[in-house]
Ligand binder design. Structure first.
Ligand SMILES: Nc1nc2c(ncn2[C@@H]2O[C@H](COP(=O)(O)OP(=O)(O)OP(=O)(O)O)[C@@H](O)[C@H]2O)c(=O)[nH]1
Ligand SMILES: [Mg+2]
Length: 267
């Protein structure tokens, strides 16, 4: 007898269960211009290379551009699309955490919604979990990966991001490279067994990887080319100063994590 926890573990056949095999969480804040095309591409690739048994969970933080309306419109015509419309507290990490709580799939994935992460690569990450990995991460910093974001004036941001990730790797474990990826497919059971999403913005991923590694989960990084966002604006920042500010938060977070000083209370 199969139960939900075995979904995705060394099997490629669809289990006899009423929950979808795969949940893809799409956190959005002002991504109205991207979201429908993104959902279209993801549906195409997942259907074609894995199967129709998936759900796309848009978790929107009440975007002023009304991204949630766009997702709602699609959810009314496609049962595989669901919307979580959050109000009150804006936070990328809390949005993903809520998505995980609501996700029905045996494999849970998430990614940015600006096309910086190629949709077809998500299929590869999901397949790695089917093959037996617990966590499959899209990585800019392993061989074959690259950060090709931005016009010429953002090279300083790309270099800063690289330096910061090297520092985090140095402090938390050099065999892992992209501690701020946010492009990932995960076996659901690791959440059932206690892994949590902690933090407010991108630092949640540092914490997630650190704790998953500490618990001995089987993790792989697959290279990808991180592209400039297709439309809309960055929520991390628009200039070097914004990135320096957030980078500093990540560096402090990493040091505290290593020294076991981060204290979390459930949201
Ligand atoms: N729900 C939710 N999503 C968010 C929030 N902030 C950012 N996001 C989403 O998180 C993803 C990453 O944000 P981006 O603005 O692309 O940040 P970035 O990748 O550092 O910036 P770019 O260099 O422009 O790609 C996108 O899908 C955003 O829409 C938030 O507060 N709530
Ligand atoms: Mg982005």
């Amino acid at each position: 007898m199969k139960n939900a926890d075995t979904i995705g573990k060394n099997e490629n056949k669809m289990p006899n269960t009423n929950r979808p095999r795969i949940s893809v969480i799409l956190p959005t804040y002002n991504e109205r211009e991207n979201i429908s095309e993104l959902m279209g591409e993801l549906s195409f690739y997942i259907s074609k290379y894995i199967g129709d048994d998936f759900e796309l969970l848009v978790v929107d933080d009440d975007s002023p551009d009304k991204t949630w309306q766009e997702a709602e419109r699609y959810s009314e015509i496609d049962h595989r699309i669901r919307l979580i419309h959050r109000t009150g507290q804006r936070s990328l990490a809390l949005a993903i955490s809520e998505g995980i709580r609501e996700a029905k799939g045996g494999i849970i994935a998430w990614m940015d919604c600006d096309f910086s992460m190629p949709t077809y690569r998500l299929v590869e990450l999901i397949k790695k979990v089917f093959e037996g990995y617990d966590v499959a991460v899209g990585s800019r910093f392993v061989k074959g990966g690259k950060d090709v974001r931005g016009p010429a004036d953002s090279w300083s941001i790309v270099i800063l991001s690289r330096l910061m990730n090297s520092f985090i790797s140095f402090v938390l474990g050099a065999s892992f490279k992209d501690y701020t990826s946010g492009f990932v497919a995960v076996r659901r059971t690791i959440f059932d067994n206690g892994i949590k999403i902690n933090g407010n913005y991108g630092e949640y991923f540092i914490d997630f990887i650190y704790n998953s590694r500490k618990r001995g989960y089987k993790i792989i990084e697959l290279p990808y080319y991180c592209l400039p966002r297709r439309r809309g604006y960055s929520k991390t920042g628009s200039n070097l100063w914004d990135y320096l500010r957030i980078g500093w938060v990540y560096v402090l977070f990493t040091l505290k994590l290593r020294l076991n000083l981060n204290k979390w209370s459930p949201p």
